[in-house]
Write a protein that binds this ligand. Sequence first.
Ligand code: ADP
Length: 519
Amino acid sequence: MAVRHIEKVLIANRGEIAVRIIRTCKEMGIATVAVYSDADLHAPHVLMADEAFNIGPPPSRESYLVIDKIIDVAKRTRATAIHPGYGFLSENADFSKRVAEAGLIFVGPGPESIKTMGDKTEARKLVMKANVPIVPGTPGAIDNIEEARDFCMRHGLPILIKAAAGGGGKGMRVVHKVDDLQSAFNGATSEALSAFGDGRVYIEKYLESPRHIEFQIIADHHGNTIHLGERECSIQRRHQKVIEETPSVIVDEKLRQRMGATAVGAAKACNYHNAGTIEFLVDKNRNFYFLEMNTRLQVEHPITEMRTGVDLVALQLRVAMGERIPFEQEQVSFRGHAIECRIYAEDPSNGFLPSTGRISHLVPSQGPGIREDRGVKQGGEISVYYDPMISKLVAHGGTRNEAISRMKRSLREYEILGVKTNIPFCLFILDHPKFIEGDFDTHFIPMYFKPERLARLSDDEEAAAALVCAMMEDNSLQAQSLSSVGTYVVKDGRVGRGDSTNHAGLTKWKLQRVNNMRS
Ligand code: ADP
């Protein structure tokens, strides 16, 4: 394949991933085009890109998911390529095809790979031919409940009914009793239909205490496919990842080589090119089974970057231009340990209810070994329209212990007001003896999480902290206009309790108190 240079990239996404892609483009001297909905006019990705175009109202199906609008902007701005990020249109085979038909480079795999791997039943059939072990299950989608009963008779319970078009943990039902088959089948089918417009479901044996371990791969157009090691993603809530780390404590060099080679084989089986992830479930005896392939950049890709020193977005762009991967498998080196926490605007003390609103104060943490990927800034809104993720905090250290300590320090330092966050929840996990020992599986959260054990700020304390922050930022103006909040009093531009009048001292005390409450 001839090398075709990319001069300008349109990023068909928003939030932290759009910002992250723009950063690498800037480093590579590639011009950038952002697209945005009415809700994102002031978003960081819009301000950072060289050009930005409004593509419609806030709901994503009227903006970020409209293929015609995005290709139209790409043509008008003479972009050479489109990077889809993750989510939205990133795993839409039709989008990849339409981008290529418009004479543009799609920074991702071809439509056929996306299509095959996007259908879990097709993916299972394909990788099985390449001798990749899969979780035992029905060979294809099941048409009726009798087929489900039949499978249970032969393989026993528990089973998992899964959507063939599944993603994001949707359309999945665990069945422990035959009596529950019908309602689980109905539930999974209707959820799959409404989420993916495709109600087909199939059955997998439900592995009781697996770990979710995935491999990052990158493939060029010259027949080279390389893996960049594993990511341990077993810390999940409702089948969604919360904390990821690399390496996994259960993967030794021998297992890494075996799983890595299997992942490369699975990618080759679908003639894959660009970045992708092969997900596996691993049982207690370290047997591993193919779960699915994600044909895009993953949310958790930064931990692989921290540990290998490879910029995955740069590599994606180079491969898309037709360049060869500039290193061999043996040259991939791994350094230290990296952990990522997904910081969400949600209330872990209250059923993880999304917490929308304006971020009134935000001072992120920095310091040794910390990277933050964020697509929203102070004053920005967490809206109902999009995923409520605020930030991805990544800590790198020489050892697992050092990475954990750095992550905990960084979570405690993180100052954010206006929305509730899952920071106390992340700290709860990182402090848990089972997590520290590395002794966990995908059931860690349902098994050990106790919301009542979370550190909480009272409404008074939160309001007082907000006042202190307002005083610091707006030179006391905003604070002076408010006279009292609960037991906290603002007097002469100072916030205090009783006779406390030491502004600087109190401010420091208050912010520290906010942070210490999280420990
Ligand atoms: P999605 O594409 O919706 O994210 P996946 O197939 O990737 O679905 O599975 C998501 C998570 O669900 C896995 O990480 C694991 O925790 C759980 N899971 C999926 N299949 C099985 C299975 N057969 N046995 C046990 N857990 C499973």
